[in-house]
Design a protein around this ligand. Structure first.
Ligand code: FMN
Length: 203
């Protein structure tokens, strides 16, 4: 069994990092002998896609030039890393009601026609199927369903959609809400997230 742990917070001492690390610890206990691969998108940021990149992904793979292969090399590596995993845990801080750019850059590299999705007569089909994805978010406020701020959560709906688009439909979201430093709800909200992590890692 293989776990891919992805971290994206700009902060090295961060809530989402603490929680993905906890998930990984519990996953290792549940999967003795399992392998863990860590992809830290803040410590090693990915390049943004370019004109050359978009041209290369829409070219005939058998006719790519050596330069085009080079342009796609990082995307190839990230996609291989993703397919090699049985479980993926993604740590996501909420920035401006959405994602950090580090994670969006990863998404742009791995959502790739012919690799993670394809079109057939019925429209787009996800090719990245049969995997378990756990998304652990940390946010300063609360965006719980039914709350006044729920409609400002552009993080979970986007991630749920883009992961589903590539075929990953077994998605579990765990939110550490109210993570304002010094806020009285920060500690109980983190404890609640840890309890969920414990349950999900054991599944
Ligand atoms: C640049 C930036 C933007 C943020 N935007 C939001 C936001 O839109 N909504 C929110 O609830 N919290 C926001 N926060 C607070 C973070 O989501 C919160 O501190 C969270 O714990 C960050 O995750 P981390 O601890 O893993 O870094 C923002 C923080 C930063 C640094």
């Amino acid at each position: 069994m293989r776990l891919l742990q992805i971290d994206s917070s700009a902060r090295l001492s961060s809530v989402s990092r603490e929680l993905t690390a906890q998930f990984t610890e519990e996953w290792k206990r549940e999967n003795p002998g399992g392998e863990v691969v860590v992809r830290d998108l803040a410590k090693t940021p990915l390049p943004l896609i370019t004109d050359e990149w978009t041209y290369a992904v829409h070219s005939d793979p058998s006719k790519l030039t050596p330069e085009q292969r080079e342009v796609l090399a990082i995307s190839d590596t990230l996609i291989a890393e993703l397919f090699a995993a049985d479980t993926v845990v993604i740590g996501v801080p909420m920035y401006n009601f959405s994602l950090p750019w580090t994670l969006k850059a990863w998404i742009d590299q791995v959502v790739r026609i012919g690799k993670t999705f394809a079109y057939d007569a019925n429209g787009p089909q996800g090719l990245f199927t049969g995997k378990k994805i756990v998304i652990i978010t940390s946010r300063g406020g609360s965006y719980a369903a039914g709350s006044p701020r729920a409609q400002a959560d552009f993080q979970e709906p986007y991630l749920r959609h883009i992961l589903g688009f590539i075929g990953a439909i077994d998605n579990t979201f765990i939110h550490a809400e109210n993570q304002r430093p010094g806020g009285e709800l920060a500690a109980p909200s983190k404890t609640a997230a840890l309890e969920q992590i414990h349950l999900v890692a054991a599944q």
